[in-house]
Design a protein around this ligand. Structure first.
Ligand code: PLP
Length: 398
């Protein structure tokens, strides 16, 4: 792994012809410490956001001991990478073989479910184990989120009573979990969902040991600057404290995006300019799936040594390198008006759902990974706002 001082340093010294993934372990460690210290309960890292072993080790070192895994491949990966981590298998629809391997071979005791069929599967696959922590996933609204997770999983409130009572019969610890959708832009998402948890608990009259508020904690993107995470934590804490549960009940959360977004970015090269369209060497089949398919706007900056802040900026869209029309990122991405072929751009905040979605379609991958020491392009975790000026152009300070 190469180590460099900055994104600009990578562009200048390597002049890479293929996209380069930049990683910033210090940014992921800062996010992990923030959750470990400030979330009023336990934080599980949702591995699907970015399963890179280097990131997993960074989070572990910074205090994240629990991992939300969704497939047997993720179970094996985290077990191999972090032998002492606690794994929670939080996909509500699992293969019976996966449950059995997770339980008997990898020591997994925590599983989620949203149906009686899944409950029977878990009981069968673990041969009636008596040390299970089972979390019933409730369906909640995704109204406050940029990415809905409301349709696919979660038991309706009207079915929750029966499922909670049946699960209580076989579980050593009973939990209720939910997911408000990804990039939740308001703490209300969580307080509203916790109200639903209250209704379910009251209706089923069961003892609940774990309330797991899931993922959805936001990161900062252009046009999507969320309130401070402390506001989310405060709202969740107050709502949790008011639930009819014992004082020893545990509060959990499962951040994916919030722990990994700032961890990585990419350096791409402009291969052609056609008006306000830039043809770059990474795209929808690389790290920019969300930019293409969800119209997500990521922060961008030109990596040019003689940058000057006076340059006018204009709005651009991007085409990726494959031969596919869908390989298009509408943006708009604001960059200096005189950007041209051969220029390098850093596209930031791709640590979550960026590198994890990359394919080698059409032969365009990204093999080079460089660690850099400079700050991510935006951060929710910066202790004090430092010199970084809001600019699309990197300054050289000597
Ligand atoms: C995807 C997912 C997460 C992580 O969500 P973020 O929005 O990235 O925080 C957490 N829990 C479950 C069950 C998920 O499916």
């Amino acid at each position: 792994m190469y180590k460099h001082h900055s994104a600009l340093g990578v562009a200048l010294s390597l002049r890479p012809a293929a996209p380069v993934t930049l990683i910033r372990p210090q940014a992921a460690a800062r996010a992990a410490r923030f959750f470990a210290e400030k979330f009023p309960g336990r934080s599980l890292y949702a591995v699907k956001a970015n399963p890179s072993p280097t990131l997993l080790k960074t989070l572990w070192t910074a205090g994240i001991t629990h991992y939300d895994v969704a497939s047997i491949v993720e179970v094996r990966l985290v077990r191999r990478t972090l032998p002492n981590a606690k794994l929670c298998f939080m996909h509500p629809v699992k293969a019976e073989e996966a449950i059995a391997e997770a339980y008997f071979k990898h020591g997994v005791r925590t599983f989620s479910l949203d149906s009686l069929e899944e409950l029977s599967k878990i009981v069968r696959a673990t041969k009636g184990a008596e040390d299970l922590e089972l979390c019933v996933r409730l369906r909640v609204s995704s109204d406050y989120s940029k990415l809905s997770l409301a349709s696919k999983f979660g038991c309706e409130l009207s079915d929750a009573r029966e499922l909670l009572m049946a699960t209580r019969q076989v579980a050593d610890a009973l939990g209720i979990c939910f997911h408000v959708g990804s990039q939740a832009m308001s703490p209300h998402a969580y307080t509203q969902a916790i109200e639903r948890v209250r209704a379910a608990i009251v209706d089923a009259a069961v003892t609940v040991d774990i309330v797991d508020v899931g993922g959805g904690f936001p990161s900062s993107y252009p046009g999507m600057e969320p309130p401070p995470l402390e506001h989310y934590f405060g709202a969740i804490h107050r709502a949790f404290e008011s639930l009819p549960i014992s004082y020893s009940a545990e509060l959990w959360c499962e951040p994916g995006r919030a722990l990994s977004a700032e961890y990585s970015s990419i350096v791409v090269r402009v291969e052609r300019r056609r008006g306000q369209e830039l043809y770059i060497n990474d795209g929808a089949y690389g790290a920019l799936f969300d930019a293409a398919h969800l119209g997500w706007r990521f922060p961008v900056r030109l990596l040019r040594p003689e940058a000057n802040d006076e340059t006018d900026t204009e709005s651009f869209s991007f085409y990726g390198p494959t031969c596919d029309d869908m390989d298009h990122m509408a943006g708009p991405f604001d960059l200096p008006a005189d950007i041209k072929v051969g220029d390098y751009i850093e596209i930031g905040m791709l640590g979550a759902y960026g590198s994890a979605m990359r394919t080698d379609f059409n032969g365009f991958g990204a093999e080079t990974v460089c660690e850099v020491a400079d700050e991510p392009m935006t951060s929710l975790y910066r202790e004090e706002v430092t010199v970084e000026k809001r600019s699309n152009v990197v300054q050289i300070r000597r």
